[in-house]
Design a protein around this ligand. Structure first.
Ligand SMILES: NC(=O)c1ccc[n+]([C@@H]2O[C@H](COP(=O)([O-])OP(=O)(O)OC[C@H]3O[C@@H](n4cnc5c(N)ncnc54)[C@H](OP(=O)(O)O)[C@@H]3O)[C@@H](O)[C@H]2O)c1
Length: 258
């Protein structure tokens, strides 16, 4: 790593949508990033993350990439080790990777529940556990997790039971950790997006029609763009947000008010 690096950031789920928009927003000289993704369900999307990394390098960032499936044991810890191996430290982590499942009780099995919980709440738990020590050594330690409106809005036709449970788990883990780690100057927050545009390469749980209805349901009259969510995450990572911890920031066009 070059001596002029000011900030080392790990972003999970950086191959498309919000994670990719964040990597693009943060990329500049002086920043090092470990960008992570699964590489698609069958490894068919590996090129995408490599492309994101190339774009970020062009903007002056130092970038490494890592493919792993957060459903596998130990992956969270490996990701933190990988960032330390490449860059020698970690200042900030964004746990963004996730997926939505809109199946209802009766359609869902216990193993679907385990998958949602493992891929999101447990992955966050593993990453955060491994990161406590390195983040505590940083003068700008930040952990931001991407939650979802689905853990806050319960409306007929828009229920995501196991995704909501997994995201609610992330939010409560974040609040406990925020208090525990506050004496080290590290902040822990969540951003809860409303309906947010998917890239064609993303994993959408909704049909075209359902996306149109989502915009109608949103008080500001449109769904979010990935850059809207990335802006809020970037703010929480910034020095300006140094006194904000244990919060859930809703970036949802007013959806949680409706
Ligand atoms: N879009 C929305 O409407 C919306 C609303 C509320 C909350 N959110 C949350 O925002 C976050 C980003 O969503 P997005 O819409 O930007 O999604 P997206 O474009 O589908 O990207 C999801 C990212 O997460 C990665 N990922 C998914 N499952 C993974 C696994 N098991 N192991 C490792 N990586 C995995 C994907 O990797 P591969 O593509 O390589 O598989 C991809 O990089 C998610 O946590 C999501 O729940 C989204």
């Amino acid at each position: 790593m070059s001596a002029s690096i000011e900030n080392v950031v790990l972003i999970t789920g950086a191959s498309s949508g919000i994670g990719a928009a964040l990597a693009c927003r943060l990329a500049r000289p002086g920043i090092a990033m470990l960008l992570h993704a699964r590489g698609g369900v069958n490894g068919d999307k590996r090129d995408l993350l490599a492309q994101r990394a190339a774009e970020a390098r062009k903007a002056g960032a130092e970038v490494e990439i890592k493919f792993s499936d957060l459903l596998e044991d130990g992956v969270g810890k490996d990701l933190v080790s990988e960032a330390l191996k490449h860059f020698g430290r970690i200042d900030q982590i964004v746990c963004n990777a996730g997926f939505a499942d809109r199946r209802l009780f009766g359609e869902l099995t216990a193993s679907d529940f385990d998958k949602a919980y493992k891929g999101m709440a447990r992955a966050f738990f593993e990453i955060a556990t491994a990161a406590i020590e390195p983040l505590s050594k940083s003068s700008r330690g930040r952990l931001v997790a991407v939650s979802s409106f689905v853990a806050h809005v319960y409306a007929e036709g828009g229920l995501f039971p196991i995704t909501a449970a997994a995201k609610a788990g992330i939010e409560s883990l974040s609040k406990s950790l925020a208090l525990q780690i506050a004496p080290h100057g590290v902040t822990v927050n969540c951003v809860a997006p409303g309906y947010t545009r998917k890239e064609s390469s993303g994993h959408s749980a909704l049909s075209e029609e359902a996306w149109k209805r989502a915009a109608d349901k949103t008080p500001l009259g449109r769904i979010a763009e990935p850059c809207d969510i990335a802006a809020a995450i970037a703010f929480l990572l910034s020095d300006d947000a140094r006194h904000i911890t244990g919060q859930v920031i809703h970036v949802d066009g007013g959806l949680t008010l409706a």
